[in-house]
Design a binder for this molecule. Structure first.
Ligand code: GDP
Length: 414
């Protein structure tokens, strides 16, 4: 089975320790599980799921990659969340994960803003030109200030941070956001833990501020689309939501704009809306032309396109031990297809090994899959000799993917 790669997202969540990465990941697992049974959420099932999931927490949250599905505007997306260590000491591991993901959700605490590990990870992400969305978490806490964090991202990290929302209510009273793209207020519903929201009028005392920030948003994105620019000067009211989103996506993909959204993962607010923006704005594996490598026989440069019809190529990015299945090797597949039970060639070891099983980690179970193909991330079992950074490929079409010689760690930013 191969799915349309346009609807795959390989995403990392980067954050300074304590900004709420674990809580946000839990909420993502919870919401994505619920999205399969929307409609049941009012009958109390949600609470049971919630508790079950809290108990499962240890297993999945620490996994190198977790797979979820997300429904956005009638389309089912397949999302792999790749673990991105927050601690500065793990710079090499951050590099490794940045190498295999396509986009980042960058988490900030609304109280603490840009912190040392945010700076380090932001600069590492710049080295790989990774597209990203900023999520300002902990909006319920005293001292939370969304626009202050937006300003810090501009001034301290040097990126064009553009708010897509403004918060409604503050601190304890944080309820929802005004969506600046389509000019509507939304308040997340508490009875289903924020899975759904209710539209509300923009509060009167926010009207001026909303108009001002919406204009700034339109001006920023208009630069990425000529017809939008014309409309911006002639009749900004005629600009549609789709036009803004399409221009914004272009700007995000070439890393010119970092859209900023906010919420409180602890209070079940904003994570689900942020996920919608992940699907809308962050790149899919086919947004890149492919991956470059070297043919070890000729030293010639080879480009592998993100396509199942190309020869198989993948990178091993994490080796983990699992109490149930033994040694798991997490791989990012760039091209082609690999079937469980088949052989794969390891260029470094110059050896062929049989893959016995392939897994994807879901919220509460390891899901065996028959094959894994271009653009996807999963874990394979069966290797005797495997190291992080190894290239796995088709023996007839050998390749060494770009070396894992990472840029020097950025030191001294703290
Ligand atoms: P991590 O270190 O980034 O994984 O952070 P955690 O998810 O473990 O969160 C750190 C602490 O902040 C925990 O005590 C969480 O309960 C708390 N926390 C996380 N998100 C929020 C939030 O949105 N609001 C508030 N008030 N607390 C939060």
């Amino acid at each position: 089975m191969s799915r349309d790669l346009k609807y795959t997202r390989n995403i990392g969540i980067a954050a300074h320790i304590d900004a709420g990465k674990t809580t946000t990941t839990e909420r993502i697992l919870f919401y994505s599980g619920m999205s399969h049974k929307l409609g049941e959420v009012h009958d109390g099932a949600a609470t049971t799921d919630w508790m079950a999931q809290e108990q499962e927490r240890g297993i999945t949250i620490t996994s190198a990659a977790v797979t979820v599905n997300w429904n956005y505007r009638g389309q089912k997306y397949h999302m792999n969340i790749i673990d991105t260590p927050g601690h500065v000491d793990f710079t090499v591991e951050v590099n490794r994960s940045l190498r295999v993901l396509d986009g980042l959700v960058f988490l900030f605490s609304a109280v603490d803003g840009v912190e040392p590990q945010s700076e380090t990870n932001w600069r590492l992400a710049n080295n790989y030109n990774v597209a990203r969305i900023g999520f300002v978490n902990k909006m319920d806490r005293s001292g939370a200030d969304f626009l202050k964090v937006v300003k810090q991202v501009k001034e301290m990290l040097g990126s064009e941070a553009v708010p897509l929302q403004l918060p409604i209510g503050s601190e304890d009273n944080f309820k929802g956001v005004v969506d600046l793209i389509n000019n509507r207020g939304i308040v997340w519903n508490e009875e289903d833990k924020g899975m759904t929201f209710t539209e509300v009028p923009i509060p009167d005392d926010m009207l001026d501020e909303v108009a001002e920030w919406r204009e700034k948003l339109l001006e920023s994105v208009a630069g990425y689309d000529e017809s939008l620019m014309e409309k911006f000067f002639d009749d900004p009211n005629s600009i549609t939501e789709r036009e803004v989103l399409d221009a914004l996506r272009k700007a995000v993909l070439d890393n010119s704009i970092v859209p900023m959204v906010c919420g409180s993962s602890f209070k079940n607010k904003g994570v689900q809306t942020m996920l919608d923006f992940v699907m809308e704005l962050l790149p899919s594996p086919v947004d890149q032309e492919g991956i470059k490598g070297t043919d070890p026989r000729t030293e010639a440069e080879v480009l592998r396109k993100p396509d199942v019809k190309e020869p198989f190529s993948a990178l091993a990015f994490k080796i983990a031990t699992d109490p149930f299945v033994g040694r798991l090797c997490f791989i990012r597949v760039y091209s082609g297809n690999l079937e469980a039970g088949s052989y794969v060639y390891n260029t470094r070891a110059d050896s062929k090994e049989r893959i016995s099983r392939i897994f994807q980690m879901h919220a509460n179970k390891q899901n065996p899959i028959p094959n894994i193909s271009a653009g996807d991330i999963g874990a394979v079992v069966g290797f005797k000799d495997i190291k992080t950074g190894d290239t796995l490929c088709d023996e007839k079409h050998p390749i060494v993917l770009e070396s894992m010689n990472f840029p020097e760690p950025v030191i001294g930013l703290a």
